[in-house]
Design a protein around this ligand. Structure first.
Ligand code: FMN
Length: 203
């Protein structure tokens, strides 16, 4: 039998969102008994016949339906694209209608995270765009509370809607210490709530 896990599902073209995902996973694994399962989604192409190899050349492996169905909680990450989630993540989510019909994700905790080039380039709207399908799935969005002091002091990423990173226009900025701490805190929070729900305790 596999241990309960939080699925850290992200798309990343240049690695910034992948960096946040790794810190989310660390936070998940700080919760006793909980594991992090990191997965990604394939790119989409304007050429409809184009296919990706079944295993990506680098990074996490592609998410399967059962990875998503069997998770105890979900952390969903995408780069900001025109103030919205990236198409590959939206495409993946659009393929989850049978899970929606069965209510398989209903009542499970979830959080969202993102990376954008600029500080005011639409991180919050991207996070909100990722919350919408999760609400349709009946997931419990946990946010990131101001009890995390980094939210008050950050001069880079970090929002109450979810962890973020500001990567700069050339994508050259590394994650700041605060951005890492907030991503970890979010991972821990979703994993802790998932654990309590599994045990039948109030979150
Ligand atoms: C098509 C496209 C649209 C983008 N739109 C935005 C945007 O609206 N605001 C912003 O700040 N950055 C925008 N960016 C920049 C990315 O959000 C940023 O480089 C991000 O850190 C990339 O994450 P990744 O390294 O995980 O791929 C855009 C990038 C692309 C390719």
């Amino acid at each position: 039998m596999t241990s309960p896990y939080v699925l850290v599902l992200y798309y990343s073209r240049h690695g910034a969102t992948a960096g946040l995902a790794r810190h989310q996973a660390r936070g998940v694994e700080e919760v006793p008994g909980m594991e992090a399962r990191i997965r990604t989604v394939p790119a989409v192409s304007a050429t409809c016949e184009a296919t990706e190899p079944p295993i990506p050349e680098e990074g996490a492996v592609y998410c399967t339906e059962s990875d998503l169905r069997d998770c105890a909680g979900l952390l969903l990450g995408s780069p900001t694209r025109f103030g919205n989630m990236a198409a590959p993540m939206k495409y993946f989510i659009d393929g989850t209608s049978s899970l929606w019909l069965s209510g398989g994700l209903s009542g499970k905790p979830a959080g969202v995270f993102s990376s954008s080039a600029s500080l005011h380039g639409g991180q919050e709207t991207t996070l909100l765009s990722m919350m919408l399908p999760l609400l349709h799935h009946g997931m419990l969005l946990t946010g990131l509370p101001y009890t995390e002091s980094g939210l008050l002091t950050t001069d880079a990423g970090g929002t109450p809607y979810g962890a973020t990173h500001v990567s700069g226009t050339d994508n050259a900025r590394s994650l700041t210490e605060t951005e890492c701490a907030l991503a970890r805190a979010q991972g821990r929070r979703v994993a802790e709530i998932a654990r309590r729900l599994l045990q039948g305790a109030a979150p």
